[in-house]
Design a protein around this ligand. Structure first.
Ligand code: NHX
Ligand code: ZN
Length: 628
């Protein structure tokens, strides 16, 4: 993957360095304890001096001692040097007298006390030098390590630097997001030809905010800008700063900007900026020092850019409304580029991009996959392709078939099947009736999406699922559709009540979703009763403790009562409609439930087949025969 350049990543872990340190310390200790006696050290090569020099010293009275012992001359001078002759010479000195030897013989300085001091000193100090050296190396490597930073990595930016050559993301790799690409194209041009813009006196944007739901390719787009402009790309995540000690985040930011400026033109990418850039001062206590300091440092660095610094900061968020206003002021992140979830065409393009390095069967229709992945993000679609490829390998097919892809779509949107979960017959029956209840209730409303699949095989947290599939991308929800959705969501619980006389805890998620829809209708979309509530938006500032209202609601207690009553009324209305639908189609409902109990899955085709022969018998809520 991304090969980094600049300071090289060291593959060795800090543990390796600790090991070296311990080794060095041990070596130092050993050398101190087993210090060999200086004079008898065999491996120091002695320096030869003429014996006349020694004798001269003797004459000059520069010798502390001279003795002839075992036919050997041993002498020591005032400077601490010791001299030791070879044995043959000692005899001759004794016999022949001093003068005759002057020019022909030498004594060896085996070891001198002076040298002894030096060597001992060296032996003592060397390990410490080694340790210091290792520490220096260690701290440098640790500082550069992209991963954990290590104890010496404080303050060093952990920004990942992507290789200009190796990591070559281009706009073609960002499939689908055509408008976003268009919007950032001038940024690329600026990074390529900064002089052109500077000459024209054009102000260059310093910060760009990429806004869009998770998985829509914000990081990919940022990387593609760097790839297209052929500039280095420094990437950090805002969430990394949150867990740091106070002050560390700020110094990392400083380091990051310094490095980027050194490599200018360059791009700094801050992912999840909402983690650091949240509104400040919302009374959460003093626990946000670190985040605030980091944020301030980013603002300071951005303000400090000279106009000719071609470093562009790109930040990504999926919640722009939570960002501190200071971040959005002119000269900071004043440019916004929105990346939406991909539509049908974009999904097909994304599928094609991810199909490139995979072998697809000829009969694969990516268009069909695109139609069945409404609401999927780019990342979801990537995992669909990947899951399909994995499935094809598991089945020892060398190619990816359409069936693999369809299976993968289900897996990605609902989680993998959990076949191992043991469920009693009694519970299986409850689950089957519950799911068919959803399907029937949804089918006989005007506005619910068509049933795609009913299953009583566990997936993730759910024991059973009814999957309604949108046929196309829609951007608006009508009041009627929201009401109908509530009806279908009631289906499971109502089915349980009609068949078993009571409900179970299993409907908790259904009820949660019903309540959310009803509340949103009343409090956000102005769909509540006009006389009591009216088209008013009721904000719930539930995370902020305001001084005047402890609960954080922006409406009065009286209004709260109206809202509660209206929400309840909407939910009850939907429940009543649901009960009526299931009761009106009771035979179909029980028949389908028993079939599901047997088959475990009911596909869209199986489901529609129920309505072909009995079309005329079916009583619809709004005369809804043949709805597709
Ligand atoms: C439990 N699960 O938690 C068991 C394992 C009523 C036939 N003790 O409504 O499975 O009770 O129509 C996302 C999606 C909680 C989040 C589903 C969180 C389900 C699902 C509770 C079917 N299908 N309920 C359903 C179900 C449960 C639950 C969820 C979630 C059941 C029902 C879960
Ligand atoms: Zn349910």
């Amino acid at each position: 993957m991304a090969k980094k350049y600049g300071p090289k990543n060291n593959p060795k872990s800090p543990n390796f360095f600790s090991f070296l340190l311990i080794l060095a310390l041990a070596g130092a200790l050993i050398s101190l304890f087993f210090k060999p006696d200086g004079l008898s050290m065999g491996n120091t090569s002695p320096e030869k001096v003429s014996i006349s020099e020694v004798l001269q010293k003797y004459k000059n009275d520069e010798l502390v001692s001279i003795e002839i012992k075992d036919q050997q001359i041993i002498a020591e001078d005032t400077e601490g040097n010791t001299y030791e002759s070879t044995k043959e010479f000692s005899a001759t000195i004794k016999d022949l007298g001093l003068d005759n030897l002057e020019k022909t013989t030498t004594v060896e300085i085996i070891n001198t006390s002076k040298n002894k001091v030096w060597i001992n000193l060296l032996i003592g100090i060397a390990p410490f030098f080694l340790i210091i050296l290792l520490l220096v190396i260690f701290s440098r490597k640790a500082g550069n390590m992209g991963g954990d930073g290590g104890p010496f990595g404080f303050g060093k930016s952990r920004a990942k630097l992507y290789d200009k050559e190796k990591h070559n993301t281009k706009f073609v790799d960002v499939a689908g997001a055509e408008e976003a690409k268009e919007e950032v194209f001038e940024i690329v041009d600026f990074l390529k030809h900064p002089k052109k813009y500077q000459k024209a006196g054009a102000k260059i944007p310093k910060g760009i905010l990429l806004v869009g739901p998770p998985g829509t390719g914000k990081t990919l787009l940022a990387r593609a800008i760097a790839g297209e402009a052929d500039v280095p790309f420094f990437s950090v995540s805002g969430s990394e700063f949150v867990e740091m000690f106070v002050g560390v985040g700020a110094s990392r930011v400083r380091d990051l900007f310094k490095t980027a400026k050194r490599n200018a033109p360059a791009i700094i990418f801050i992912d999840e900026i909402d983690a650091i850039g949240k509104h400040r001062g919302n009374g959460h206590g003093g626990g946000h020092d670190e985040r605030e300091q980091t944020l301030n440092q980013i603002l300071t660095e951005m303000d400090g850019f000279e106009t000719d610094t071609s470093v562009i900061v790109i930040a990504a968020t999926n919640r722009p409304e939570t960002l501190d206003k200071a971040l959005l002021r002119p000269g900071r992140f004043d440019r916004r580029v929105h990346i939406d979830l991909p539509d049908m065409n974009a999904r097909e393009k994304i599928l094609k991009v991810h199909a490139k390095n995979k072998k697809l069967d000829k009969k694969v229709k990516l268009k069909e996959i695109a139609t069945k992945t409404v609401g999927f993000s780019g990342a979801d679609i990537e995992s669909v392709m990947n899951e399909a490829a994995i499935a094809s390998v598991k089945q020892r097919n060398e190619k990816v078939f359409q069936a693999d892809l369809l299976e993968a779509v289900e897996k990605v949107s609902m989680g993998p099947e959990k076949k191992s979960r043991r469920i009693t017959e009694k519970e299986r029956k409850i689950i089957a009736y519950h799911e068919v209840g959803h399907a029937i209730a949804g089918h006989f409303t005007e506005n619910c999406e068509p049933v795609h699949k009913i299953s009583i095989i566990s997936r993730g947290q759910a024991l059973g699922l009814t999957w309604f599939l949108p046929q196309e991308d829609t951007y608006l929800n009508s009041e009627a559709k929201m009401k109908d959705e509530m009806v279908s969501l009631h289906g499971g619980r109502i089915a349980e009540r009609l068949i078993f006389g009571q409900t179970t805890t299993g409907a908790s998620n259904d009820l949660e979703r019903i309540s959310n829809i009803a509340r949103a209708m009343v409090m956000t979309y102005g769909m509540g009763n006009r006389d009591t509530i009216g088209p008013v938006v009721f904000e719930k500032k539930n995370t902020i403790m305001s001084y005047d209202n402890q609960g954080g609601d922006l409406h009065s207690q009286e209004m709260a009562a109206f809202i509660d009553a209206e929400v309840k009324a909407l939910i009850i209305e939907a429940e009543d409609r649901c009960t009526k639908i299931i009761e009106d189609n009771f035979d179909l409902f029980t028949q389908m439930s028993e079939d599901l109990l047997e088959k475990e899955n009911i596909s869209r085709e199986d489901f529609m087949a129920y309505f072909e022969p009995v079309k005329k018998e079916v009583k619809t809520e709004k005369n809804k025969e043949g709805k597709n």
